[in-house]
Design a protein around this ligand. Structure first.
Ligand code: PGA
Length: 253
């Protein structure tokens, strides 16, 4: 049985006061969620350490995630943050290859694969984001697009590495648009990804968590999370309000 996982991706939102307040409210409401669901939050780099301290004070687990990383351990890489540095402050999850990173910051499949490997080298769990554009879906090449992104990582690290990874299916056309994939569309892609992994290693494929992201909210979460191959969600906009986020987490229960 795969435990459901719901992660809040705060993106570049939440100044100091807002981030602290959000964490405190999530902590306060956590008991309503129940322990069948694992939850996590991904603040901006600059808030990570403060949020880590708040989360260290509680007696249950809310996982701390980063939104990005660089693959080298140190060096002259102005503006970058190493996986090693994240591991030092109790980060346990790192979002890799988000479509905003790929599209706005030009991240390539091979860079994403290098980051994936660096995160695991430092004993953290990569959340590998994969998703097709609107044009790719319209042209009927969704599967080719998502498999190409998965292959870039598989080629570098092998299927066994997915024992310690999460995949996030995030159709680009659904991110921040208010348009969600239908539960059937999500299920179809999640199954495609799992089936592709199963051809390489059935045990890894059945254990790996594949979560959905793209305009998830408290009104649509339950139906999406109910699909057999959907193991939770990566939530952007709706994770910025504690009550809404907690309600989405409850839907996964
Ligand atoms: P959204 O973002 O929920 O605001 O669509 C999801 C994501 O980008 O991870």
């Amino acid at each position: 049985m795969r435990q459901k996982l719901v992660i809040g991706n705060w993106k570049m939102h939440g100044g100091r006061d807002q981030a602290d307040e959000l964490v405190k409210c999530i902590v306060a409401g956590f008991k309503e969620v129940g322990n069948a669901v694992q939850i996590g939050v991904c603040p901006s780099f600059i808030r990570l350490e403060a949020v880590a301290k708040l989360l260290a004070e509680i007696d249950f687990e809310i996982r701390l995630g980063a939104q990005n990383v660089y693959y080298e351990d140190q060096g002259a890489y102005t503006g970058e943050v190493a996986a090693k540095m994240l591991a030092e402050i109790d980060v346990s999850l790192v979002i890799i290859g988000h479509s905003e990173r790929r599209e706005i910051f030009g991240e390539t499949d091979s860079l994403v694969a290098a980051k994936f490997e660096a995160v695991q080298t430092h004993n953290m769990v990569p959340i590998l984001c994969i998703g097709e554009s609107f044009e790719e879906r319209e042209r009927g090449i969704t599967n080719q697009a998502i498999i190409a992104q998965l292959d870039a990582v598989l080629d570098r690290v092998g299927v066994a590495a997915f024992r310690r990874a999460v995949i996030a299916y995030e159709p680009i056309w659904a991110i921040g648009t208010g348009v969600t994939a239908t539960p059937e569309q999500a299920q179809e892609v999640h199954w495609t990804l799992r089936d592709y992994l199963a051809k390489r290693d059935a045990a890894v494929a059945s254990a790996v968590r594949i979560i959905y992201g793209g305009s998830v909210n408290s009104a649509n979460a339950r139906e999406i999370f109910n699909q057999v191959d959907v193991d939770g969600g990566l939530v952007g906009g709706a994770s910025l309000k504690a009550e809404e986020f907690l309600s989405i987490c409850k839907s996964a229960n």
